[in-house]
Design a binder for this molecule. Structure first.
Ligand code: 5GP
Length: 269
């Protein structure tokens, strides 16, 4: 198996050079961090589940016409994605008050917000990802005006879709974080959804019991985080196959490239 070049190691994922130009392999780890990496731990099997949940969500979003970096899942812990230039913003969508907005503004956790809020945070660990305004984003050119319009429109559509998807399995989508990136085509660039969508970056509460089914179980030392992630995957219908709990694999580049050389089957009429 040929060696792969690691491009970047983040808190929950490792990025490797992909088998084709313009592609990246995203490897999902079990590592969990919180409070700007002050708290560290592992959640057994998290990487496998997040890979599967994120594949599920990104595939459905693509069906709605949301452009995403996701190409396909390769194995238990890896997915092939398009290489993007990451826009240095964390885009947080909130339906219900929780977490930092409750702390900052003194709004009780669980209170429905008057309407969905979109917030932007600068992706900068050294600064602790500070909240920024659209004026900051324009002034420091972190994203252009049209890019911000596209990002806000996509964030609202993603929220509408995900609220429905989770409500159908008795889960309230409290809030979540998105990341976007640019892809280039000559002189033009386009914004697409990147990163992942999983219980690592969403707040998911059981509709009936209020039980937290997301990373807050880890952040707040509630225990049962692996079971909570599994519960989300199970309700989404993603944990039926036995092999979904087996250890992760990595992509064999040579085998992958030889499969790519095989002719593509003709589409069915
Ligand atoms: P808060 O600002 O309340 O801490 O987070 C709002 C939402 O965005 C939560 O669903 C949280 O999981 C997600 N979020 C915000 N920042 C990060 C981050 O740096 N990493 C991850 N994984 N999620 C984040």
């Amino acid at each position: 198996m040929s060696r792969r070049r690691q491009i970047y190691e983040g808190k929950a994922k490792i990025l490797y050079e992909g088998p084709e130009p313009g592609t990246i392999i995203q490897y999902f780890k079990d590592d969990a961090t919180a409070f700007n990496a002050e708290k560290r731990g592992t959640i057994n099997g998290k990487g496998v589940i997040n890979n599967r949940i994120s594949e599920h969500v990104f595939t459905r979003l693509a069906h709605l016409g949301i452009p995403t970096h996701f190409i396909r899942r390769l194995n238990m812990r890896e997915q092939l994605v398009r290489q993007v230039e990451i826009i240095p913003l964390e885009v947080v969508v909130r339906n219900v008050a929780a977490g930092s907005i409750s702390k900052r503004l003194g709004i009780e956790e669980g209170e429905m917000l008057p309407h969905t809020l979109i917030e932007y945070y600068l992706k900068d660990d050294a600064l602790g990802d500070p909240l920024v305004s659209e004026e900051h984003i324009a002034a420091f050119n972190w994203a252009g005006h049209e890019e911000m319009q596209d990002i806000a429109a996509m964030a609202i559509r993603i929220n509408d879709f995900m609220c429905g998807m989770f409500a159908a399995i008795d889960i309230r989508l409290v809030d979540f974080k998105l990341e976007f990136g640019r892809i280039f085509d000559g002189d033009f660039s386009r914004v697409i959804l990147a990163d992942e969508i999983s219980p690592d970056n969403c707040r998911l509460w059981d509709f009936n019991t209020g039980e937290k089914l997301d990373k807050d179980r880890f952040r707040r030392d509630l225990g049962g985080e692996a079971e909570a992630y599994q519960e989300v995957a199970k309700r989404l219908g993603l944990l039926q196959k036995e092999d979904d709990n087996s250890p992760g694999e990595v992509l064999d580049m040579d085998a992958h490239r030889s499969r790519l050389r095989q002719p593509v089957p003709k589409p069915k009429k």
